[in-house]
Design a protein around this ligand. Sequence first.
Ligand code: 0PR
Length: 384
Amino acid sequence: MAMNYEGLSKENVLRLLKEYLKEDFTYSSGRILGSMCTSPHSFAKRIFIKTIDKNLGDAGLFPGTMRLEQEAIAMIGSLLSKPDASGYIVSGGTEANLMAMWVARNLAKKDRPEVIVPESAHFSFDKAANLLGIKLVKIGLDENFQVKTKAVKEAINRNTVAIVGIAGSTELGIVDPISELSEIALNNGIYLHVDASFGGFVLPFLRDLGYNVPEFDFSLKGVCSITIDSHKMGLAPIPAGGILFRDKEYIKSVSIKVPYLSGGEMTQGTILGTRSGASAVAVWALLKHMGREGYQRVVKRCMNLTNMIVERVKKSKKLYLITNPIMNIVGLSSNSLKPKRLADGLRRRGWAVSSTQTHIRLVIMPHIKRKHIIEFLSDLEELS
Ligand code: 0PR
């Protein structure tokens, strides 16, 4: 489509826009049941719009915004047992994982760098490996869908620059045995990155609520960096991911001095140059506004709804759980229908779920209400 010479009126543009956007699913319909994103908190949306012109790529012009980013990182750090962690609010889990792999590769300075990841790792590690010239060594999972730590140990060689553990896997919300990985990493002097992209804003609150949550964060001495995304269970507007490092020295391995900026000389440790200050400010505002207690309530609601699904599936003769959910991610399958067929059937009834080779995945995000679950379960039973 060619660009028009004369501009259209705002009304005309809005009318056209409405046509396109009505094709989209909406969170408020409750029909998005397989996404890790959700409708952002209304307060965060307001703050985001208010600060949309802030550019952390020239932080010297926006020292207040920079301070807010640092405070946001400190608050997230305190959730992860390290209030003095360093890091950035980035565009999402993909960028955060890429940054961690970049840092680990540069710190280790190996000719043929290798990174050991669980088979359950998100595809962002494949992208990172490809971009950074790293060989990914994928390790199988045990019967609990956790990485086999013995195999991790055996896969270490002189080219290994990092080990990755997942705290909330994409397909099932599984947490790897991070404390064992931490021991292995310490014993071999290898960098350990934890991908808590989804679980980071769930696990600390589950622990507060009395769930038995294994250690997965900086309390384990081997953990060097953590991915934790505000645009998932943190309720922030997209884009808002987080990358936190144990030691700010690590960031120097990827930093570049930029002398000419109008805000004055600065050192950039991020992949992006110009980057959203609004994301960082919205994350800061939400953390302040929600408090630990606010997030606990959100997680509790999501878990209650998750349990409604679990109870129903356990009673069903046709459906079964892949594993007992640890967080608000459910993997389930049917005895009679392949996951893809089941997902397609649900789609025809207006439900958007994800499907893998072995199961359909439901993510019970904060936009899901009890009435949606009731409707969904009835459609699911009919179909399976
Ligand atoms: N690490 C883990 C464990 C993830 O699950 C994801 C995203 C990432 C990293 C990458 O994060 P970004 O997507 O923020 O870069 N996993 C979701 C998934 O694949 C992403 C997603 C979100 C997919 C919303 C669909 C959707 O509607 O399921």
